[in-house]
Write a protein that binds this ligand. Structure first.
Ligand SMILES: Nc1ncnc2c1ncn2[C@@H]1O[C@H](COP(=O)(O)OP(=O)(O)OP(=O)(O)O)[C@@H](O)[C@H]1O
Ligand SMILES: [Mg+2]
Length: 251
């Protein structure tokens, strides 16, 4: 593996991966820019990653890859430098006192974002909320435990088969724990950002999750509740979002 790493480093050094300014945007759908490739290489050394395997998911703003550390799978989420919208994510960082000291610029906002997702995973795990175990972060890359079996990553809740009543209660329980124990609101919760694995729900995609003191945390929580109730209603689960809100937020 050492050879692979030095080969990659050599290519980066020789600037074979360095695109001219402006090209990054055009190529961003297909490739990572040179800074990201360098960061991947550095993270591989830092975490002793053997190799990066196939992409589990490729989205507009990030790609999630399966990777291996000493033969065990992990998940590596790489935020794309060029497509993450500054204005959109700035609001989720600015109002959160935990990141008040971070200087934000177009160049570093994506780094703060990866760090924020890492921090949220740490705090959610500490509170006992099921989500990936954070392993590390470096620049725009986050490493976490892989959720899934050997040959298939866990499905998102939208594509899973589950017992509606039971899982609905579980999700509300997790939102309550996140709120009361971790003081965190997910802020983008839906059937797309929960995985279902071995009959348990996992929260994922927590970059935008905010501390409850964030000025918009109440709006975010109400929106999360609305999404969850709407999804489970399709399976016959009757619920009242206002009532759910008052079970989550202590009076
Ligand atoms: N720890 C993990 N283990 C297994 N699969 C994962 C893990 N984290 C993410 N995934 C997979 O990657 C997909 C995308 O992850 P996530 O929701 O965190 O990114 P995203 O920001 O929504 O990406 P996009 O740019 O597509 O919006 C998930 O739907 C899931 O299938
Ligand atoms: Mg997502």
């Amino acid at each position: 593996m050492e050879n692979d790493r030095s080969a990659l480093e050599q290519l980066i050094k020789e600037k074979l991966f360095s695109f001219k300014e402006g090209m990054d945007r055009k190529t961003s759908d297909l490739l990572f820019d040179s800074r990201t490739l360098k960061a991947i290489y550095e993270l591989m050394g830092k975490l002793d990653i053997d190799y990066i395997d196939y992409p589990i998911s490729t989205g507009k703003e990030s790609g999630v890859f399966k990777a291996y550390v000493h033969g065990k799978p992990i998940a590596v989420k790489i935020y794309k430098m060029s497509t993450l919208k500054f204005g959109k994510i700035e609001n989720y960082i600015r109002g959160d006192y935990r990141f008040a000291k971070e200087k934000l610029s177009r160049g570093n906002v994506v780094y703060v974002w990866a760090k924020k997702e890492f921090t949220n995973l740490v705090e959610l795990r500490k509170a006992g909320v099921l989500c990936p175990v954070p392993i590390g972060f470096h620049r725009n890359i986050l490493a976490m435990s892989y959720i899934g079996s050997k040959d298939m990553s866990a499905p998102i809740l939208k594509d899973a088969e589950f017992e509606p009543e039971k899982v609905f209660k579980e999700v509300v329980g997790m939102m309550t724990k996140a709120y009361r124990k971790a003081n965190i609101v997910h802020a983008d919760l839906s059937e797309y950002n929960m995985l279902y694995y071995r009959k348990k729900v996992y929260f994922i995609d927590v970059g935008q999750s905010v501390n409850i003191k964030h000025p918009s945390s109440e709006i975010f929580l109400r929106r999360d509740i609305f999404n969850v109730c709407t999804f489970f209603r399709k399976f016959g689960v009757v619920s009242d979002p206002l009532e759910i809100y008052s079970t989550i937020v202590p009076a």
